[in-house]
Design a protein around this ligand. Structure first.
Ligand SMILES: Nc1nc2c(ncn2[C@@H]2O[C@H](COP(=O)(O)OP(=O)(O)OP(=O)(O)O)[C@@H](O)[C@H]2O)c(=O)[nH]1
Ligand SMILES: [Mg+2]
Length: 274
């Protein structure tokens, strides 16, 4: 077994993409079946367990044709060092340490920009998203599906032990989303989930501009995804590490909704100028 002390973490990090948030095509020679991005901020206590549970779940569906890309925002608890150690140990793991940029949604896109997968996934690092559900999402992507969303509100889904207050906040945010972006966010029962798989061709070459946390909201509006399926899952409670949910997350979400609403209106005006 590779000891952590013999690994120089900086040597095991991959380059972080920069420039515009556009996901490019990958040549068929380099392409993999699946790339999963795991954004992290202070998740050193959860990351190794997550990766070790994910690997058999993913390879049960795509063999070795996958990568797990950890995108850490220079966490003070040393998560990027754990990520680098995992990258040294497992050829399927890629570790990125961002120092010049912040935020969950852009971390996800930077990870996808560095990826080679035909299917692109994202999930949280804190084990609230059960690793075995990733295999179900990959299965759901068969038959030409563009987007498979793990939903707390679809059949078989739930939120284990959420308080009434958290449920109320979550429902209110969702309702606001549906009011401001009718049609677009109504396509799925849980547009605020950070657990889904999208086909690369549905996001490739598009200009993306998310702010804050909710990457799926951005993709429901800007991507080419047409055929969408949902997979119910139970959102577990966090066992280790701290939540990053805050008032700023709420403010970013509202700003993001208004920005997308303006983009949709502009698009409509271009399509029918009279
Ligand atoms: N790279 C990066 N990752 C982030 C950032 N903020 C949160 N994350 C990660 O994104 C995922 C979701 O964040 P959480 O704090 O778990 O949010 P949550 O699941 O809504 O809240 P809890 O239920 O309280 O855990 C986790 O893997 C975090 O480590 C960020 O600014 N940058
Ligand atoms: Mg969480």
């Amino acid at each position: 077994m590779l000891s952590r002390s013999v690994v120089n973490p900086s040597e095991c990090l991959s380059q972080v993409p920069s420039g515009e948030l556009i996901i490019a095509e990958v040549s068929s020679r380099d392409r993999l079946a699946f790339s999963l991005v795991v954004p992290t901020l202070n998740e050193s206590q959860n990351l190794a367990e997550l990766v070790e549970l994910l690997m058999p779940a993913i390879s049960s569906q795509v063999g070795e044709s996958y990568e797990i890309i950890i995108v850490d925002d220079d966490s003070p608890d040393g998560t990027w060092q754990v990520a680098a150690w995992l990258a040294a140990r497992y050829p399927q793991v890629v570790a990125l340490r961002r120092v010049n940029e912040r935020g969950l949604a852009t971390a996800v896109i930077r990870g996808w920009q560095a990826s080679r997968g035909e299917m692109l996934g994202v999930m949280d690092a804190d084990l609230q998203h059960p690793p075995e559900v990733v295999a179900r999402l990959i299965v759901a992507m068969r038959d030409g599906v563009d987007l498979a969303v793990a939903s707390r509100d679809a059949d078989g889904g739930g939120t284990s032990d959420w308080s009434y207050l958290r449920l109320l906040i979550s429902r209110t945010l969702r309702l606001l989303g549906r009011v401001l972006l009718p049609g677009r966010l109504g396509a799925v029962s849980d547009p605020m989930t950070g657990f889904f798989v999208i086909r690369r061709s549905a996001v490739q070459d598009l200009w993306l501009a998310p702010c804050g946390y909710k990457i799926l909201v951005e993709l429901l509006v800007r991507s080419r995804a047409q055929k969408i399926v949902e997979v119910g899952y139970l959102f577990r409670s966090r066992q280790r590490g701290e939540s990053k949910a805050s008032l700023k997350v709420f403010m970013d979400y509202m700003r993001h909704l208004f920005r997308l609403r303006a983009a949709v209106r502009e698009l409509r005006a271009e399509e029918s100028p009279f």
